[in-house]
Design a protein around this ligand. Structure first.
Ligand SMILES: CC(C)(COP(=O)(O)OP(=O)(O)OC[C@H]1O[C@@H](n2cnc3c(N)ncnc32)[C@H](O)[C@@H]1OP(=O)(O)O)[C@@H](O)C(=O)NCCC(=O)NCCS
Length: 180
């Protein structure tokens, strides 16, 4: 499995179909899935296996600098979440950062740590801005967006047929948030 990056506590690496059982704690959980615009709850490990196989196939076709990755604790090798950089539906040149964590690991700053590192990685590869699309009542996701330095830039219903808050991150925002 190819490693993308490491932070103090986390490894960001490619997904593997061998992650199916652990990934189900994220994508099989109603408390996570209710906030995701592109995925229905995965019912079982066999279903998760199919989804992970699909993600691996898609990854091979994706533009450099985009993809979906697993988030693993360096201490203990436990899979705790997923992060992504995906082209937005309109315009396709824009990139959306996505993040999901198994609920038992919420409240430890893991996504803040991973998202900062992932954004830094993307900006080093010449991306100039990133977006997050957050449901209006998804308080935790919005707090994470703000914590990493994202700025609220408006609301839209042009994506995923639902109203979403749009957050934007530029390289300077990331630096400013780290200095706070
Ligand atoms: C969105 C989601 C990833 C946020 O998880 P999270 O653990 O709150 O995220 P963070 O990494 O930003 O952690 C912040 C929390 O950790 C705490 N924390 C502990 N150590 C920390 C550290 N070193 N750095 C930052 N925060 C830390 C913060 O105080 C905060 O806790 P609080 O909200 O209880 O006050 C998670 O709720 C989730 O998976 N939701 C479902 C999927 C989803 O909504 N995805 C986004 C769709 S747009």
């Amino acid at each position: 499995m190819a490693e993308l990056l490491r932070t103090d506590r986390l490894l960001v690496r490619d997904w593997s179909v061998a992650d199916a059982e652990a990934a189900l704690k994220i994508y099989g959980h109603d408390g996570v899935i209710r906030w995701l615009h592109e995925l229905d709850r995965i019912p079982d490990a066999a279903g998760m296996h199919v989804v992970l196989r699909g993600w691996a196939d898609e990854q091979r076709e994706m533009a450099p600098g985009t993809g979906r990755w697993a988030l693993v604790l360096l201490d203990g090798d436990t899979l705790v979440g997923g992060v992504s950089l995906l082209p937005m539906p309109v315009p396709e040149a824009d990139v959306e950062i996505g993040y999901q964590l198994a609920p038992e690991y919420w409240g430890r700053g893991y996504i803040t740590e991973a998202a900062r590192a992932l954004a830094h990685w993307a900006f080093q590869r010449s991306l100039v801005e990133l977006f997050a699309l957050v449901a209006p009542d998804n308080v935790r996701a919005a707090a994470t967006a703000r914590r990493i330095g994202m700025e609220w830039v408006g609301e839209t219903d042009k994506y995923h047929r639902t109203r979403l808050e749009v957050f934007r991150l530029r390289p300077d925002d990331l630096v400013r948030a780290r200095q706070k």
